[in-house]
Design a protein around this ligand. Structure first.
Ligand code: FEO
Length: 174
């Protein structure tokens, strides 16, 4: 049976992942409306991935004898000054999630719950990948600056990235 402290921390992380999913959905919608179809496709994929992260936690906690509860969420809707501004917020959010996963890992280790520690390894690796992808996108955007041709190309690249993500999501991931 999982300890209450670990259970509470996982329920908190379920909320974080569910919020991430809604945040990226709101961002995808913004990109679609503002005429960035590639960025929208990328973020629509991202929202699905975050839901998959949430479900991983939900199943894990229930499988360990806990109860995955869903907590109230903040409003994810926001306005962005530009596509770069939006992706800067994605990066900030992913850095926050990395810190949250690290905190959860610490709770698990303090409770000597090595099973949860091992389960969290997947998320620790995933965060490295997610932060690195967004860093790469932002680097290109900063190079393009206000050049609309450059941004157009980056949007096309994001569309390709979304298609690649689709292929990866379709593969057996567990
Ligand atoms: Fe589930 Fe992007 O962290």
């Amino acid at each position: 049976m999982i300890k209450k402290t670990v259970e509470k921390a996982i329920v908190h992380q379920i909320k974080n992942e569910e919020h991430s999913s809604r945040l990226y959905l709101a961002m995808a919608s913004w990109c679609q409306v503002k005429g960035y179809p590639g960025a929208a496709a990328f973020l629509y994929k991202q929202t699905d991935e975050e839901r998959m992260h949430m479900l991983k936690f939900v199943h894990y906690l229930n499988d360990r004898g806990g109860h995955s509860l869903l907590l109230a969420l903040d409003d994810p809707t926001a306005e962005y000054k530009s596509l770069t501004d939006l992706f800067e917020k994605v990066l900030k959010h992913e850095e926050f999630i990395t810190a949250e996963i690290n905190k959860l890992y610490e709770v698990a280790l303090n409770e000597k719950d090595y099973t949860t520690g091992s389960f969290l390894q997947w998320f620790i690796t995933e965060q490295i990948e997610e932060e690195s992808t967004v860093h790469g996108i932002l680097d290109k955007m900063k190079l393009a600056g206000k050049d609309s041709g450059g941004l157009f190309l980056i949007d096309k690249e994001l569309s390709a990235l979304a298609a690649a993500k689709g292929a990866a999501t379709a593969a057996p991931a567990e």
